[in-house]
Design a protein around this ligand. Structure first.
Ligand code: AMP
Length: 197
């Protein structure tokens, strides 16, 4: 099993690159943002609780997202590996993820951290907001709040994995293909059973 975390602030390209990576490497994509948006679309109590926080650009409580990831791991027991996108976002989530993976006799292979300037993040998110239908993308104050949460609570997660020497920084500015190639360059040597190309 090969598990990787695609890390970076909102707007760094995690979703775009995740789609390309899962198709190249056959990993199961686990995006807590997507899971939360599907709870909202289904009008579940969890979705309702999460929506008011997401609309303000705040993180939802750790236990909510950890619970979602725990069930997703259980219901994809046969996956060849997982790509975590937008999770973990706090140290508590990182510790919980390590424990959940340990129970499954696996671990994180690498964290790939996309590096993008703040001006570029805001520009990309506002542009995405024109078409994404995401209410948290079309308001600059909410975008700034999300980036604020990233600096206050999420950036430390990279230090957590740095401690285990698992972090690789990747330039997140450039064309989608250039960034994808840079990510693959980090993944390929780490994969024992590479997917035939
Ligand atoms: P994303 O799609 O990753 O940009 O996430 C959208 C929003 O969902 C975030 O701004 C948070 O409000 C919430 N969210 C997604 N993942 C997490 C997480 N791991 N922990 C807490 N909140 C999250």
């Amino acid at each position: 099993m090969f598990n990787l975390i695609l890390f970076g602030p909102p707007g760094s390209g995690k979703g775009t690159q995740s789609e390309k990576l899962i198709s190249r490497y056959g990993l199961k994509h686990l995006s807590t943002g997507d899971l939360l948006r599907s709870e909202i679309a289904s009008h579940t109590p969890l979705g309702l609780e999460a929506k008011s926080l997401m609309d303000k650009g705040h993180l939802v409580p750790d236990e909510v997202v950890i619970g979602m990831i725990s069930s997703a791991l259980d219901s994809n027991a046969k996956a060849r590996g997982f790509l975590f996108d937008g999770f973990p976002r706090t140290s508590a989530q990182a510790e919980a993820l390590d424990k959940l993976l340990e129970l499954k006799h696996t671990s994180i292979g690498v964290m790939l951290a996309l590096n993008v300037s703040e001006a570029e993040l805001v520009r990309r998110l506002l542009k995405r907001g024109e078409t994404s239908g995401r209410s948290d993308d079309n308001n600059e104050l909410v975008i700034r709040a999300r980036i604020g949460e990233y600096h206050a609570k999420t950036a430390v997660v990279a230090q957590y994995y740095q401690h285990f020497d698992k972090v690789k920084l990747v330039n997140g500015e450039g064309t989608i293909e250039e960034i994808f190639r840079a990510l693959c360059k980090e993944i390929d040597p780490r994969l024992e059973n590479k997917v035939p190309q």
